[in-house]
Each structure stands twice: as structure tokens, then as C-alpha cells.
Write a protein that binds this ligand. Structure first.
Ligand code: FES
Length: 147
């Protein structure tokens, strides 16, 4: 099957029901999206499909119709996405495990709502769990990236 990931075409030979997360990590070596719960609950595996945040652990590879973007494709070290820049400036990450999913969710939020309220931010980020409790810094960084 063919997948477009981070602007590059890929041909992968996998079972159709294989979760996109495993295709990305095990077949393509794209390890930014993380495995947390495997049941669509924690958000660590979040990627964009045509700009929409999706949980790659519960998305079968065969269901992917659009372009996939992972944290690796959001920005580059030389040209960070505004959310990535804000994350660094606010030193959001603690252990870091959930952060690529958090950043992808925040980037999707700002793409559809450039000036989110606190409630909008909390709503968009509510399904993203952080065991380190970085939620206040996440909210601050999202607000900073929005300005
Ligand atoms: Fe996909 Fe938790 S690993 S939502």
C-alpha cells in the first residue's frame, strides 16, 4: 500500500489492519509518534492526516486516505513550527514521552482556531494525558504560539 508521510511517498507491504502507528515506527522508522495505551485513550500516538489530528494506534493503515504528518514533518530544527518554538521557550517537556502527541494536537488546534480561549485549549488538549503533569505549561505554550 502507498502512504504519503511528511511529504514523501512510501510503499509498504503490511497487513491492511496494521495500525498506522506500527507502520510509521516499525516499517518506516518514524518514531516521533509514541505508543502509550494502544486503545486511543492517551494521545501519545497523535499524527495529522490531512491536517486533522488522528490517533495512529487505532487507525488501520488501510483507512489512511490522506497525507500523514508526524512531529518529524511539522517543522525542522532550522524552521520550527510556532508550537515547537513555544514548547522550547516554555520548557514544556518533562519526561517528554507524550509531547509529540501534545504538539500535534496543539498545532491542529491553532490551524483551525488561531486565537483559542483557555476553554478551547483545554477542550482540544483534554484527551492528551501527561503523567508528568505539564498541563499548565502546555496551556501557556499554546497561548504563546497563538499570539
Ligand atoms: Fe494511541 Fe494512546 S497510544 S492513544
Amino acid at each position: 500500500m502507498r502512504l504519503n508521510v511528511n511529504g514523501r511517498p512510501h510503499e509498504v507491504d503490511v497487513e491492511p489492519e496494521m495500525p498506522l502507528l506500527w507502520v510509521l515506527r516499525d516499517e518506516l522508522g518514524i518514531t516521533g509518534p509514541k505508543y502509550g495505551c494502544g486503545i486511543g485513550f492517551c494521545g501519545a500516538c497523535t499524527v495529522h492526516i490531512d491536517g486533522q489530528p488522528m490517533r495512529a494506534c487505532v487507525t488501520p493503515a488501510s483507512a489512511v486516505q490522506g497525507a500523514v504528518t508526524t512531529i518529524e514533518g511539522l517543522g525542522t530544527p532550522a524552521a520550527l513550527h510556532a508550537v515547537q518554538r513555544a514548547w522550547i521557550e516554555h520548557q514544556v517537556a518533562q519526561c517528554g514521552y507524550c509531547q509529540s502527541g501534545q504538539i500535534m494536537a496543539a498545532a491542529a488546534l491553532l490551524a483551525r482556531n488561531a486565537t483559542p480561549s483557555d476553554a478551547d485549549i483545554d477542550d482540544a488538549m483534554s484527551g492528551h494525558l501527561c503523567r508528568c503533569g505539564t498541563y499548565p505549561r502546555i496551556r501557556a505554550a499554546v497561548k504563546a504560539a497563538a499570539t
